[in-house]
Design a protein around this ligand. Structure first.
Ligand code: PXG
Length: 443
């Protein structure tokens, strides 16, 4: 095809404004993923790359699984789109029923969205509307946590605790406050699994309750394990304590399981691994193995039922998206759940965890490593920042890993690892070996 005079060539990199990317740096030395299968990507230059990140914490069953591809294709031919407003289609009901069985406790109602960010906005709005429906409309405050990531929309950005994600965008949602984060290298560096130290940090919620009064607080939202700020594992007893304090004060507890859901921690959800039932739970990513964008918000029975008390002809929650419960996303999710079940992938992840732990902690003594932490099939390797250049060392490690054949993820000066749950022990060893070489090469 001949491009009209003056128009960009089809392979021009300029027009694409890339998300969460240093655009000019990238375009000067592009990294292009062309294909994927199983645990590997293929780069545009034909090199095979071991995927140490499951895409972006989402391709839990490995890439381009035939069963999911076939289900999407069949659905596209059968029913491409159906509005979810005052109409339904079979896949959405089937998927919600399947998910309700998978979820812990009485989290048995499911609202569909298209991303983790939308899941978070939805859960926050549900929390506010729930209290209003019960006549406690003064409960409008939302509490997040420092170093929390809850997506990039205004609600999630506001309850999120990442300065860089907030500072360009004004004051955010009113009435938001934050708990202290739980990461403290002095006390919990090189922990294997959950750190012993730090349960008391949940008492920070009591400080906020004293400050704002519980009667003004609608919900607390936390990631059971904070993923994008570098794998912050909850200290033993911390989440239990948060649950207790929320219960004592009528505050809803929201678990953001966008990363931890669907097997990452060796259980369906982190809620099951830690034995705590939140009131609302946000999920996305692994729900469809990332083949089609989709998120799902789980609500406890009592929350859903509170909304079902008014006149039957009145819409109970004025919220939803054009693509809520999109037929192709539902088909992808159903095929994904089938795969998770058939291959018992969550149990596989749990069984693999001891090998994973031993492997990643081989980096404990690597140069410039200040912490290695792990849980489930996730790990964070924290590096000493270069003087005056935060993130530069981890970026170099990330690009070196790619050169050596592995995709890793950089979060500040932490390298995060979260491979597909189908990864073999040999591939784990190779991933860690490559990371070790990259750390040594950039020391
Ligand atoms: N909540 C959590 C806990 C997440 O990890 C979102 C919400 C938002 O999801 P969407 O689908 O709107 O992106 C996420 C997303 C990283 C990284 O570097 C992680 C995410 C996004 C971007 C980067 O680890 N997680």
């Amino acid at each position: 095809m001949i491009s009209p005079a003056g128009s960009p060539l089809p392979n021009d990199l300029d027009a694409y404004w890339m998300p969460f990317t240093a655009n000019r740096q990238f375009k000067a030395a592009p990294r292009i993923l062309a294909k994927a299968k199983g645990t590997h990507y293929v780069m545009a230059d034909g090199r095979e790359i071991l995927d140490g990140t499951a895409g972006l914490w989402c391709v839990n069953a490995g890439h381009c699984r035939d069963e999911i591809t076939a289900a999407i294709a069949a659905q596209a031919a059968e029913l491409d789109y159906a509005t979810a407003f005052q109409m339904g289609h079979p896949g959405a009901f089937e998927l919600a029923s399947r998910l309700a069985v998978l979820a812990p406790g009485d989290l048995d109602h499911v609202f569909f969205v298209n991303s983790g960010s939308e899941a978070v906005e939805t859960a926050l709005k549900m929390a506010l509307a729930y209290h209003a429906a019960r006549g406690e409309s003064a409960r409008t405050r939302l509490i997040g946590r420092e170093r929390g990531y809850h997506g990039v929309n205004f609600g999630g950005m506001s309850v999120g605790g990442i300065g860089n994600n907030r500072k360009q965008f004004g004051a955010g949602l009113a009435g938001v406050d934050h708990l202290a984060h739980t990461h403290d290298l002095e006390h919990n560096a090189f922990s294997r699994g959950q750190p012993d130290w730090g349960a008391h940090l949940a008492d920070d919620l009591n400080r906020l309750i004293a400050l704002h009064d519980a009667s003004t607080i609608a919900a607390v939202i936390v990631e059971p394990m904070a993923g994008s700020t570098g794998v912050l594992v909850p200290p033993k007893g911390y989440l239990e304590r948060l649950r207790e304090i929320c219960d004592a004060h009528g505050i809803l507890l929201i678990f953001d399981e966008v990363i931890t859901g669907y097997g990452r921690l060796g259980a369906s959800f982190a809620a099951q691994r830690f034995g705590i039932v939140p009131d609302l739970m946000t999920t996305a990513k692994g729900l469809t193995n990332a083949a089609i964008p989709m998120g799902a918000v789980f609500a406890r029975k009592g929350i859903f039922e509170t909304f079902m008390s008014g006149p039957e002809a009145v819409i109970e929650l004025f919220h939803g998206y054009t693509y809520s419960g999109h037929p192709m996303a539902c088909a992808a999710a159903l095929a994904t759940l089938d795969l998770y079940e058939k291959e018992d992938l969550f149990a596989r992840a749990a069984a693999l965890e001891p090998h994973w732990r031993e492997a990643v902690h081989r980096l404990d003594d690597a140069p410039n490593v200040t912490d290695v932490r792990d849980i489930g099939i996730a790990a964070g390797i924290e590096l000493v920042p270069r003087d005056g250049k935060p993130g530069a060392r981890a970026y170099d490690v990330f690009t070196k890993c790619l050169e050596l054949g592995a995709l890793t993820r950089q979060a500040g000066d932490v390298i995060a690892l979260s491979p597909p749950l189908i990864i073999s022990e040999q591939e784990i060893d190779r991933l860690v070996e490559i990371l070790g070489e990259a750390i040594a090469a950039t020391a």
